[in-house]
Write a protein of this length. Structure first.
Length: 109
């Protein structure tokens, strides 16, 4: 299997700065996702919170914090994926959308 390529959205970078005290834990989770994005991650259903996160996945950083991301090869096959930022990217790309406390992450804040 080819390694996955990371791509980071602006919201992910902004929140990474906001939660600097968790930066090392976040980085370890990002590395785990890049190594195997299907392992120990949760596929999000049609509606989570107020947004339709169909096609997205999450991984736990700790009890309360999550990383929300999409895997291009997966989200391209899902009709109605609103967070597919994969246009022009290879299938083996993981797009990291946001990181933060459970409530804010699932609301894409």
């Amino acid at each position: 299997m080819n390694p996955y390529l990371p791509k980071y959205e602006k919201l992910f970078y902004r929140n990474l700065q906001r939660y600097a005290s968790l930066r090392d834990r976040i980085q370890r989770c990002v590395e785990r996702v890049i190594a195997d994005p299907y392992s120990q991650t949760e596929f999000l259903g049609d509606v989570t919170g107020k947004l339709n996160l169909k096609g997205c996945r999450s991984i736990r950083i700790n009890r309360n914090f999550r990383i929300i991301f999409v895997i291009c090869e997966e989200c391209r096959r899902i009709p109605g994926c609103e967070y597919c930022f994969c246009e022009g990217l290879p299938d083996n790309t993981v797009v990291f959308l946001t990181v933060g406390p459970h409530e804010k992450a699932y609301d894409m804040k």
